[in-house]
Design a protein around this ligand. Sequence first.
Ligand SMILES: Nc1ncnc2c1ncn2[C@@H]1O[C@H](COP(=O)(O)OP(=O)(O)OP(=O)(O)O)[C@@H](O)[C@H]1O
Ligand SMILES: [Mg+2]
Length: 319
Amino acid sequence: MSTEPAISARQLRKSYGDRLVLDGIDLSVPQGTVFSLLGPNGAGKTTAVKILSTLVAADAGELRVAGHDLAVDAQAVRARIGVTGQFSAVDGLITGEENMLLMADLHHLPKREGRRVAAELLARFGLTDAAKKPASTYSGGMKRRLDIAMTLVGDPRIIFLDEPTTGLDPRARHTMWQIIRDLVTGGVTVFLTTQYLEEADELADRIAVLHEGRIVAEGSTEELKRLIPGGHIRLRFTDPAAYRSAAGALTEAVRNDELLALQLPSDGSQRELRSVLDQLDAEGIEADELTVHTPDLDDVFFALTDSSHQTDRTTEALR
Ligand SMILES: Nc1ncnc2c1ncn2[C@@H]1O[C@H](COP(=O)(O)OP(=O)(O)OP(=O)(O)O)[C@@H](O)[C@H]1O
Ligand SMILES: [Mg+2]
């Protein structure tokens, strides 16, 4: 099996008129993983999806998807991918089943095979009961599930999901997450855009943050969180003697003598936490309360996409 990334872009550029949308972005998505492109409205997420899924031409860049060069063989790429756009491709005037059969026709599946695949996917996405109803009567979550079911008709090994859960309620969002996880378990590579940091946190192996035409940060959730200062471990004591011994043992801690609390800077990693606990254990000290504050992806996102609030440490870490 080839180890070539499922999706790769080098120096991808795209302008609309004099608006530079993608200013030379690089990315690489290993097979069977979830890659999430995060960015504020208008950052260029949909543009990137449209280019990588052959719907829009890039101005420049070396782009490879499913082992093919986009500039040379877009047709071969098209045959191997599925795309669920930001805005639903479901036709509301016909039933869910008819939408599925239409996709089967587009993929040139023989009639019987088309019916089998449609029925199977409708069942898999919990849409069997609604299959004969006009799609306009579906809830947002049902429409989104139908959208993805339609994308899967051709059994693509790479799928692009542009904001698959925008507007869904928490339960529908969790259902969608499970659908995406199941796809990945089946070996599918997923390129996901989202506004929800929590979603990237839940699903993505790697995350890239797009801002002003460039990727301003890329890494696993943990790596991104480490770019942001502010993580700490906090210990509280009720016994003043225990507090004093702890303060003596943990010399780097910031003391709050009034509250009998100690605060240590931390990246939130297991290793750092263990080292603190080991030091306390060695002294036979037990804290009454221990909390770990890790900056979450929201902190990262705001720090990275709001240049005026970028801290020195963030800027430095990104160099
Ligand atoms: N066909 C087009 N013609 C002209 N400008 C366009 C076109 N498509 C997108 N743009 C512009 O390109 C920029 C990026 O748009 P894009 O849709 O890729 O952003 P996005 O990150 O998907 O945003 P959102 O989160 O709102 O979906 C925007 O300024 C948009 O106005
Ligand atoms: Mg978009």
